[in-house]
Design a protein around this ligand. Structure first.
Ligand code: TXE
Length: 480
């Protein structure tokens, strides 16, 4: 398969005619040739966005909400193709690609369409005047997204950006470009006005950097690694671009002494190993009250041992491959580091090649891995691995649990498991994170603020925070 950029409503070859390869991480096969675009392609995309902006931004928000519904309907028709393509490109299990990636990519558009219809005008009365808050689009926005949830995270930005009247220059991860291409195809089929949605494929330091530096792009919404986030901030800040950064995490799962292990263990497993731990929200540091530590370990390890690592297209597969051989090696280097740091491998720790439902030896498969015996301050326990690797730690008091939870540079998410929901809620407020779940994980209401503190990001997305990011406000004060 050869895919192209999507600029000005047309699929176009990169101006410098350079291409690159895209592989299936589950078996190492070549699946697509994609553009390795350059700053010249970004220029062309910005030019077309500039032409499209006056008409697109002149529509009412309700008219644009209708567009979002049309896009959702069209994606619904190709839902299975989205799931199959995402599974092929990422190595994730088809069941997960269906239930999470494809489903959420559609509901992102549905949600923001509905949300727009529920908005009331912002009006503030004074004794002698009325303030009207007028909202206008940012203009042209750059959307840069990672490989772990490719279409899910791209549409999470595309939907509110379109809704607020912006024109888009999107750059998906070069490792997972295929579903963004499906989105572009959908936009073309629906005859979304030319130039409103542009897609430029290529490398971060080339296309991504050109988007960051382009003077006509007024806002950047970025999801990716913390070190890339630093480059994004460094480049965009002197240009006074509006910036939203959703970065990495090393999230704590806290299990209190009163937790009911029978129901908690499956929840903690889901938090740890969904998408092979390649979700920025995954709970990779599991903090367990000392009184239940041994029993928790026993049940947890038993259930992790039984997890099925296998071919992503097999319905019974729970963990597919990770994103690439290179990433697999990074994960393995952390397992080696854990041993050097004195850790004990309680489950997994090696590539999944035998005794499983047929993972291909050329694929990037690793067993879900549980490590005990490490200090909560060790590198393994504090650095983001972004793979199916968790460390277990015990604590004796709530204060100690909070201190351990807050001891990393990250502050994205966390979860607390207890029979006493109110105790959990109160404790959650002391976790330095953008999001904390009590007795659940990744239970998303799209109206709520999503984002991190510390090195996990700047700003929030979701509901009105997304609408606010993708717009500018003018307060008009009319004196009576
Ligand atoms: O992310 P990158 P990578 C973390 C995770 C992972 C690490 C690296 O720890 O191991 O990040 O993954 C584009 N200017 N997360 O290398 O590089 C890049 O092309 C502009 C957490 O994939 O941050 C891609 O489109 N753009 C994360 C996007 O940035 C640049 C999910 C993200 O890639 C650029 C994924 C540049 N100079 C990885 N360099 C999460 N929190 O969800 C790269 N890019």
């Amino acid at each position: 398969m050869i895919i192209s950029n999507f600029i000005d409503g047309k699929f176009t070859e990169p101006i410098e005619e350079r291409m690159m390869d895209n592989f299936n991480p589950a078996d190492g096969t070549h699946i697509a040739t994609i553009p390795r675009a350059s700053a010249a392609d970004v220029d062309a995309a910005v030019l077309s966005a500039k032409k499209a902006l006056p008409q697109w931004s002149a529509l009412t928000i309700l008219e644009r909400a209708d567009w979002l519904d049309k896009i959702a309907d069209a994606l619904e028709e190709i839902k299975e193709e989205i799931a199959q393509t995402e599974s092929l490109d990422t190595g994730k299990p088809i069941s997960l690609a269906r239930s999470t990636d494809a489903a959420r990519s559609i509901s992102n558009f549905r949600f923001f369409a509905e949300f727009a219809r529920s908005q009331e005008p912002l009006v503030f009365e004074m004794s002698d005047a009325t303030n009207y808050v007028h909202t206008s689009p940012l203009g042209i926005v750059g959307l840069i997204t990672p490989w772990n949830l490719p279409l899910y995270l791209l549409t999470w930005k595309v939907a509110p950006a379109l809704l607020m009247g912006n024109c888009i220059i999107a750059k998906p991860s070069e490792i997972t470009p295929l579903t963004a291409n499906l989105l572009a195809r959908t936009m073309q089929r629906l005859q979304l006005p030319d130039g409103v949605f542009n897609l430029v494929h290529g490398l971060g330091p080339e296309v991504g950097q050109a988007i960051l530096e382009h003077p006509d792009i007024g806002g950047i919404s970025f999801t990716g690694g913390t070190s890339t986030g630093r480059i994004v901030a460094r480049t965009a800040a002197p240009l006074f671009k509006k910036l939203s950064l959703e970065l990495g995490g090393k999230n704590a799962t806290i299990i209190l002494d009163d937790a009911n292990l029978e129901s908690v263990v499956p929840g903690v497993i889901r938090a740890a190993f969904t998408n092979s731990g390649q979700v920025c929200l995954c709970g990779s540091r599991i903090l367990i009250h000392q009184s239940i530590y041994d029993e928790f370990c026993k049940q947890f390890v038993e259930q992790v041992d039984a997890m099925v690592v296998g071919d992503p297209s097999d319905e019974s597969t729970q963990l597919g491959s990770v994103i690439s051989m290179e990433h697999l090696q990074k994960i393995e280097s952390y397992i080696d580091l854990a041993i050097e740091e004195g850790g004990e491998i309680l489950s997994g720790g090696s590539r999944a090649m035998t005794g499983q439902v047929g993972p291909n030896p050329a694929g990037a498969y690793i067993r879900p891995t549980v490590i005990g015996g490490l200090s909560h301050l060790s590198r393994t326990s504090t650095e983001e691995i972004f793979g199916p690797v968790v460390t277990l730690h015990s604590f004796t008091t709530d204060d100690e649990a909070i201190e351990m939870a807050n001891c990393t540079e990250y502050g994205l998410a966390g979860s607390i498991w207890t029979e006493d929901a109110e105790r959990g809620r109160q404790l959650a407020e002391r976790v330095d994170s953008g999001m904390v779940w009590v007795n659940t994980w990744m239970h998303r209401d799209l109206r709520t603020p999503f984002g991190g503190v510390k090195n996990s990001g700047v700003g929030r997305e979701g509901g009105r925070w997304s609408l606010s990011f993708f717009s500018e406000m003018t307060n008009v004060c009319v004196k009576r």
